[in-house]
Design a protein around this ligand. Structure first.
Ligand code: TYD
Length: 199
């Protein structure tokens, strides 16, 4: 199971797509999914999380809602796929909550890990690849109609980026930074190199 992570506008969704295609081209069965979302309940929670009015969801409630969407995704999509011997490529997973709610919102990584403990017992990504795009490149990609979390602004994204760096230091065996200079193909090669090192 591989999770693609990064700040808003980092290009992780493009990388998740390219990785799924590359693995399929190698004959792997791949289930591609995303968070929040990926299930009917998850898509409804995504809507709540991204369209609530500013200040309408407190940090702790926000962390629980993301965890609920994740629980549903693990139970109905990810665990069955892994049990079937398939590969799972997910656009965001647990480390998004650790970086956004744990670090950027200030709940603390350990507190957010604790509230995701039951999910983490069911599955942990073998690798979380953080697409490490410069803040200004990511900001330029976010310009069209920000959602509630994107509307938090550049200072917030900086805290998320710092959060991911901290996670890569704390969990070096499963969280890796992939330097991204804006060229999707060169970033894709770096992503594949990390996945190949794992397999
Ligand atoms: P994303 O799907 O990356 O947004 P988009 O479709 O606009 O590219 O993620 C939605 C937002 O949710 C994003 O700002 C990150 C945030 N998020 C968290 O804060 N915590 C989480 O646990 C997850 C999964 C996402």
């Amino acid at each position: 199971m591989i999770a693609l992570e990064g700040i808003d506008g980092s290009g992780k969704s493009t990388q998740a797509g390219l990785l799924s295609e590359a693995l399929r081209a190698r004959g792997r069965e791949v289930v591609a999914t995303r968070e929040p979302g990926g299930t009917p309940l998850g898509e409804r929670l995504r809507d709540v999380l991204l369209t609530a009015e500013p200040g309408g969801i407190g940090a702790l409630a926000e962390a629980h809602l993301f965890a609920a969407a994740r629980a549903e995704l693990v139970e109905t999509v990810i665990r069955p796929a892994l049990d079937d011997g398939k590969w799972v490529v997910t656009d965001r997973f647990l480390d998004s909550s650790l970086a956004y709610q744990g670090q950027a919102r200030g709940l603390g990584v350990d507190a957010v890990l604790a509230l995701n403990a039951a999910v983490a017992e069911r599955c942990v990504a073998d690798l979380a690849l953080v697409i490490d795009t410069p803040l200004e490149v990511a900001a330029a990609r976010r310009c069209a109609g920000p959602d509630r979390i994107e509307a938090e602004g550049d200072g917030f994204q900086q805290r998320v980026a710092d959060g991911y760096r901290e996670l890569a230091r704390r969990f070096p065996e499963r969280v890796r930074l992939v330097a991204a200079d804006g060229d999707p193909q060169s970033t894709h090669r770096a992503v594949l190199a990390e996945v190949d090192a794992l397999a």
